[in-house]
Ligand binder design. Structure first.
Ligand code: FES
Length: 180
């Protein structure tokens, strides 16, 4: 009977093994390509979705009005909410209102200076009266107010999704203050 020589068998075996390795490598390549494409798509999708889930809540409670005697500037909501709660006179009337801490020049965070009774911007020196009106430096307008109201439970509620601008006459809106 005819017998295939050993050297032919070993050549065929080698070819078969090499062919398998090549197929395996190609498969691995496609799998890696798929993985990279999947990760890229996931990363792209992350940028397309608004970042609402991680944003801090825009409404918060700030205790009862009794916590804020006339002339008081509350600093405890500065870090977490970017808000000064102030009990101050505006146009001769006492009001409780919530001011943004961001300077109206370029947005630096203002500091409260109790000894001088003013908000001072550390970036370019703008100054604001306790009622939020600008009086020195390059800031072009007063600090905006946020919506504020007395909730049914008697606590102050600040809503940062609504702003009120003095230069647009919006500080007359009753939603921008609690009568003091
Ligand atoms: Fe406040 Fe420039 S950012 S003075």
């Amino acid at each position: 009977m005819f017998r295939i020589p050993d050297y032919v068998v070993s050549q065929r075996t080698r070819r078969a093994v090499l062919s398998r390795i090549a197929r395996w490598m190609a498969g691995l390549g496609f799998a890696m390509l798929g993985l990279v494409a999947g990760l890229w798509s996931a990363a792209s999708a992350r940028f397309m979705v608004p970042n609402v889930a991680t944003e801090p809540t825009r409404r918060f409670k700030a205790g009862t009005p009794g916590r804020y005697p006339p002339g008081h500037v509350e600093q405890r909501y500065k870090e977490e909410h970017g808000v000064w709660i102030v009990h101050e006179k505006y146009r001769g009337r006492w009001q409780l209102f919530a001011l943004s801490t961001a300077c109206t020049h370029l947005g630096c965070i203002t500091l409260w200076q109790e000894s001088d009774r003013r908000f001072k911007c550390p970036c370019h020196g703008s100054g604001f009266y306790p009622n939020g009106v600008n009086f020195e430096g390059p800031a072009p307008r007063p600090l905006p107010r946020y919506a504020i109201r007395l909730a049914d439970d008697g606590h102050i509620e600040v809503d940062r999704s609504r702003t009120f601008h003095q230069e647009r006459g919006q500080w007359d809106d009753p939603a921008s203050y609690i009568p003091g």
